[in-house]
Design a protein around this ligand. Structure first.
Ligand code: MG
Length: 345
């Protein structure tokens, strides 16, 4: 098996404004694993706040490529051989979660292609349980929000980034245009517990359904305080990365946001989902700004989750793959082999 990779800058359709800053591009790495004429596609999407970039990913993937060169030529991919390869890759270096996810995703896509079956079938995913995915609107002026709302027409749920001084104003301007349910993400932006609680009560009256990451990621005490009082589910995003973090956050939030780029990919994502359910947690599956590759991989987890926010590929201009098919705002798991990706190039 040959692992190759190339950097790409994903161009955002709109500058992405969060409580913590704004950006126009996301660094990503597209990986491929070649085997007997088949190609598995993977992706690492690397927003700046998790510390990975083109250089760190290239350095890690070069080391990983050597592991692939040493695999036996007769290797058959299966759930268990993928697990063995991934644990070898994981032990190469700590961190590098997105780079690791790019290998995990490419291996899974290749497995589906080798078996000639859609990956969701191999993984026992139930397409009927697919939840609708939300569509994210970044913080913006009312005029721009109006334009973005048109782009959200195919989606049943709106996701809004909060965490600035004018959260109520943002929600009011959305409500002038739409009564769709809202997922609100404070992105660590709220400062005061009491003000947050008051705001959450108000948001609940505005048909907001969940709150993501109200306080700084390490302020678990405030998250626990709010979760004990909130009328809405409080979901950990930045506070939660991988399976090993679950115990630390389980009693402080109502649920966790699983992102493949944080948890190193599909394999660990399924483990997280199972372990989180066993702890009675709600589940959300999220994404970065990603191509259809990362999003199609995340969609495999969505039927296990209560909430899906996997819209990243609709937020970029230069997606190298065709968009997933939406039905009633839900990503359709089709009959194509592997992840079902079609390259646009
Ligand atoms: Mg979030």
């Amino acid at each position: 098996m040959i692992l190759s990779f190339r950097p790409i800058l994903l161009e955002l359709r709109h500058p992405f404004r969060l409580a913590t800053g704004s950006r126009t591009h996301t660094n990503a790495m597209l990986t491929e694993i070649h085997f007997e004429g088949l190609v598995g596609y993977g992706e690492a999407a690397m927003p700046p706040y998790y510390g990975e970039n083109h250089d760190t990913a290239a350095a890690f993937l070069k080391r990983a490529a050597l592991v692939f060169l040493q695999l036996p030529e007769s290797l058959e991919l299966s759930g268990s051989s993928i697990q063995t390869i991934l644990s070898q890759i994981d032990s190469l270096a700590p961190g590098n979660h997105a780079a690791k996810a790019s290998i995990d995703i490419a291996l899974h896509d290749l497995w589906g292609k080798m078996e000639g079956r859609p990956l969701w079938q191999l993984l026992g995913v139930e397409p009927d349980k697919m939840p609708p995915t939300s569509f994210t609107l970044g913080i913006d002026e009312p005029e721009v929000l109006r334009q973005k709302m048109l782009e959200a027409a195919d989606f049943q749920i709106i996701k809004i980034k909060l965490g600035s001084e004018n959260d109520r104003q943002i929600i009011r301007s959305i409500r002038e245009m739409s009564d769709k349910p809202i997922y609100a993400d404070a992105n660590q932006g709220w400062k005061s517990r009491e003000e947050a609680l008051e705001l959450v009560h108000w948001l609940a009256e505005q048909n907001v359904r969940i709150i993501e990451q109200p306080f700084l990621k390490d302020d678990l005490a405030s998250a626990a305080w709010l979760s004990a009082r909130s009328p809405l589910p409080i979901i950990a995003d930045e506070s939660f990365q991988r399976l090993a973090d679950l115990g630390r956050v389980a009693n402080c939030f109502h649920g966790v946001n699983i992102k493949l780029m944080k948890c190193t990919g599909i394999f660990e994502g399924f483990l997280v989902a199972k372990a989180a359910r066993a702890k009675g947690l709600q589940l959300m599956v999220g994404c970065m700004t990603e191509t259809s590759c990362g999003i199609s991989a995340a969609a495999l987890l969505a039927p296990l989750c209560d909430y899906a926010d996997i819209d990243g590929c609709w937020l970029i201009r230069n997606n190298p793959f065709e968009l997933p098919v939406l039905e009633n705002g839900k990503i359709r798991l089709g009959e194509s082999v592997g992840l079902g990706l079609t390259s646009c190039l």
